[in-house]
Unconditional design. Structure first.
Length: 226
């Protein structure tokens, strides 16, 4: 027994109720310490939590202690909807409907669950449009960059920018100076010891035979014999 004949339980309950009434974060955390099996301080703490994921964890803890509280399920469904997790939101609203204390409350939860389904469809449609718009913008950006690159090349060309490097120069002919020439097709070469005989068919179908005494003095250019 404590002072005035009251039990420790009485004073603990009195402090608990005072902390709930105070309602700030520190008071609610103290209330959970005093009455760890009570769901209400966890639910009230969840209402003050700005982070949706942390709020969901607190609501789950409250629901684990009081699964028949439709208001807890409702808050959980709203928290899931806030982060666009519509599958879990619909499940929470279904549980809220089942936990409803009256037909009117159950009807309210059913309408909320159907509204969540509509929100899911709207969100998915908006997401598809957003992705399509982003892809279109990316393609447009790539096209614009390519057009800008081609225009820059064109501008450089118009301003007299250096053209392509010249091709490789072919060496100039520096062979023997001709003393005479014959034009036609070389059709036969006969070896005659140290001499050679060239048989040439000219353009007019005649045959010309040349004796070559010094091969270093002979040059063949295309069909031209020098």
């Amino acid at each position: 027994m404590s002072r005035n004949g009251s039990s420790p339980r009485y004073w603990r309950n009195a402090e608990y109720q005072t902390l709930l009434a105070k309602g700030d974060v520190e008071a609610l955390q103290r209330a959970i310490e005093i009455e760890p099996k009570q769901s209400e301080p966890r639910f009230l703490l969840a209402q003050k939590e700005p982070d949706a994921k942390k709020r969901i964890e607190l609501l789950k803890a409250a629901i684990a202690l009081d699964r028949r509280n439709a208001g807890y399920w409702q808050a959980l469904g709203e928290s899931y909807a806030a982060i666009h997790d519509y599958k879990q939101a619909a499940s929470a609203w279904r549980s809220a409907e089942q936990a409803g204390a009256t037909p009117a409350q159950r009807e309210q939860m059913l309408r909320a669950r159907l509204d969540i389904e509509r929100q899911r469809l709207d969100f998915e449609a908006a997401e598809k449009k957003r992705v399509a718009d982003e892809e279109a913008r990316e393609i447009r950006k790539l096209k614009d960059e390519e057009i800008a690159r081609l225009r820059a090349l064109e501008a450089r060309a118009n301003q007299g920018a250096p053209g392509p490097a010249p091709g490789k120069a072919e060496p100039w002919w520096n062979g023997p100076a001709p003393g005479g020439k014959a034009q036609g097709m070389l059709v036969q070469v006969d070896c005659l010891g140290k001499l050679a005989r060239l048989v040439i068919q000219t353009d007019d179908r005649k045959t010309t035979k040349l004796i070559v005494r010094d091969a270093s003095q002979i040059a063949i250019v295309g069909a031209l014999l020098i």
